[in-house]
Design a protein around this ligand. Structure first.
Ligand code: IPE
Ligand code: IPE
Ligand code: MG
Length: 243
């Protein structure tokens, strides 16, 4: 592992979130502010993604879920959608070896439907295969992901299994989500000052703490992740009970 551990001492190492979700938002605005096409903002987000991974690794975070493309993002202009498909495919190819060297296991949440180009699916499979035996941290790319789609897919699988209605409970539903072994996110960070879930981890984030930094995703760095963790550690989680 080549990641230097320079995270601030104020972070309590015994209460680091096990799973952090990131809604990587604000790429288009970042580009517009610079008079650039929106797609340049997506490209600039790659550095932020790698830095966020390093920041999470430095603290021993076990799962990092990154929202890269939502089931609703198909509504964008075809050129932007095409760019995002190609960009995510090439990003995986460019970054998989260094992520592998860092002990990161790459997995995906989302629908592998006909809209996702075959070349993208192939890169996803190759990245998963290459890193399958890593155990330092899981980087879960939420790609063609929607929380409603995930729950719908789980319900379909449950109904298809023929289980009786009385046997359906929280646990059974969780077992049919994209990653039954994935711990619920403790912390969800959404950049760019937008305060909504946009269909991200709807089931899993039931008791997540949310932090909304103003920074636009391409400017996000590990220090911003650490600041979000510091804010998280000041929260009191009650899970509906009393403290
Ligand atoms: C997030 O940035 C990236 C994706 C949704 C793929 P946006 O493209 O949503 O950027 P803004 O929100 O328009 O600034
Ligand atoms: C959420 O951001 C999806 C991703 C970051 C991939 P959006 O920019 O698509 O969400 P809305 O449309 O502002 O809610
Ligand atoms: Mg956005």
């Amino acid at each position: 592992m080549v990641v230097p551990d320079t995270a601030p001492r104020v972070i309590d190492r015994t209460r680091v979130p096990v799973h952090i979700g990131c809604v990587m938002d604000g790429n288009g605005r970042w580009a517009s502010q610079r008079g650039l096409p929106r797609t340049d903002g997506h490209a600039a987000g790659e550095v932020a993604l790698v830095d966020a991974v390093d920041g999470a690794l430095a603290l021993g975070v076990k799962w990092l879920t990154l929202y890269a493309f939502s089931t609703e993002n198909w509504r964008r202009p075809v050129d932007e959608v095409r760019f995002l498909m190609n960009f995510n495919r090439s990003l995986l190819r460019r970054r998989r070896d260094e992520l592998n060297d860092k002990g990161v296991r790459i997995v995906f949440s989302g629908r592998r439907d006909w809209r996702v180009p075959r070349g993208v699916l192939r890169q996803m499979d190759e990245a998963m295969e290459l890193t399958a035996h890593n155990s330092t941290m899981v980087m879960n790319m939420a790609f063609n992901y929607g929380g409603r789609a995930e729950i719908t897919d789980a319900v379909r699988a449950i109904v298809a299994s023929g289980v009786s209605a009385a046997k359906v409970d929280d646990k059974l539903i969780a077992q049919h989500l994209y990653h039954p072994d994935m711990p619920d996110p403790d912390l969800v960070v959404r950049t760019s000052g937008e305060h909504r879930t946009s269909n991200f981890l709807l089931w899993e984030a039931a008791y997540a703490e949310y932090v909304f930094p103003e920074v636009l995703w391409p400017d996000f760095r590990k220090e911003d992740l650490w600041a979000a963790i510091i804010e998280y550690q000041q929260r009191q989680r009650r899970y509906g009970g009393l403290s």
